[in-house]
Design a protein around this ligand. Structure first.
Ligand code: KG4
Ligand code: ZN
Length: 337
């Protein structure tokens, strides 16, 4: 029997549903929430309301486009955490309701593990053990992956996530949320060596992005005091310089992890792995040093239910199901479910 699973993702500001049959992802339907743009960041209350409005439509579209009836499903999967409580609650409650009504099992998935397991949606897959840099709006981690259910964090940010650094910098520059993709776009036309911002150097494999965020803020404050049009005149160079530094901070740590572990099978995941500069620089370093790299399709980098579906598939094969009394865990750590 090829297990047929409906997966729901609602941890932050994307409402997404996907169907997986026998480990093959059939679709990935996502409704993004534009309501946050004008606020310069995700507003939790608005996010949960938008999930509430979108979820029935998104799930229906996933079922219809795959040509599947509810009664054919073998399990319902959902994101248990980490994420925003109000957002998670919508997906968890919806999944519970469906599982109860259909009399089929529930499968809880850790969102950060799913970002890593997104590498098993499409060929070629990384071979175990591999290292995964998971960089998103809420997390920045180097994960040692020895199996589908054997993931360990070797290093992580001690303050802001790298996606947050992209988004906050964009906000300071007057760009709308989410700023990461816009900085990426503007950086293509800029000189990456035009400016340099002070950064905090962390020991081991940990990261810190709050220092560079603060020095970026003060740098712009001082330059704007000298010339009110500084940002307008130098926007592309500012974006290119900041992006170059953030990418270097990420890849220098990956290089260190490779030296420490001897593992040369390298994956990137999470929203920031969509960054074109990061993808190019990773490939350049990989070619030079003989690493094998795995870079997901853009639709599987940012939040999506396909990654929840594939993670749930591996749990289904091991008969790992959740109780109907399960509740969301906003700060759920890797390896805890
Ligand atoms: O994984 P994700 O969709 O949601 C979280 O789990 O946080 O990641 C969202 C983050 C945001 O900070 C967004 O600005 C960033 O990923 N991002 C990018 C790019 N695309 C998305 N950052 C830099 N360059 C991009 N192209
Ligand atoms: Zn995410």
């Amino acid at each position: 029997m090829l297990p047929l699973i409906l997966a729901i993702e609602s941890s932050c500001d994307e409402t997404s549903a996907a169907i997986v049959r026998g480990g093959k992802v059939l679709n990935n339907v996502t409704a993004s929430q534009s309501v946050h743009r004008k606020y310069g960041g995700v507003v939790p209350e608005l996010a949960s309301r938008a999930h509430q409005q979108n979820i029935v439509h998104v799930v229906n579209e996933a079922m219809t486009s795959a040509g599947i009836e509810n009664t054919e499903l073998n399990a319902i999967a959902f994101t248990r955490g980490p994420g925003l409580m109000g957002s998670l609650l919508v997906g968890v409650s919806f999944a519970k309701g469906m599982a109860l009504a259909l009399g089929i099992p529930l499968i809880e998935v850790n969102h950060m593990e799913a970002h890593v397991l997104a590498h098993f949606i499409e060929e070629p897959h990384p071979a175990f053990p591999f290292l995964c840099l998971t960089a998103s709006g809420g997390h920045t981690q180097i994960v040692l992956v020895k199996g589908y259910d054997d993931l360990n964090i070797l290093g992580e940010t001690q303050d802001d996530a790298v996606g947050e650094a992209f988004d906050k910098a964009a906000k300071i520059l007057g760009l709308p949320y989410p700023g990461g993709p816009l900085i990426d776009e503007l950086a293509r036309q800029g000189n990456p060596l035009a400016f340099k911002f002070a950064e905090t150097v962390m020991p081991g494999l940990d990261f810190s992005f709050s220092g560079i965020k603060t020095s970026f803020l003060y740098f712009l404050r001082d330059e704007k005091a000298r010339d009110a049009e500084f940002v307008d005149k130098n926007l592309n160079d500012i974006c290119a310089s900041l992006q170059r530094q953030l990418i270097k901070m990420l890849l220098d740590k990956i290089e260190k992890a490779i030296k420490e572990t001897g593992i040369r099978e390298i994956a990137i995941a999470g929203g920031v792995s969509a960054n074109s500069g990061l993808r190019t620089e990773l490939q350049r370093r990989a070619q030079k040093s003989g690493w094998t790299t795995f870079i997901p399709d853009i639709q599987y980098c940012t939040d999506n239910a396909a990654m929840i579906a594939i993670a749930a598939h591996f749990k289904f094969l091991k008969n790992i199901f959740s109780d109907l009394g399960v509740s969301p865990v906003p700060n759920l750590a890797i390896g805890k479910i």
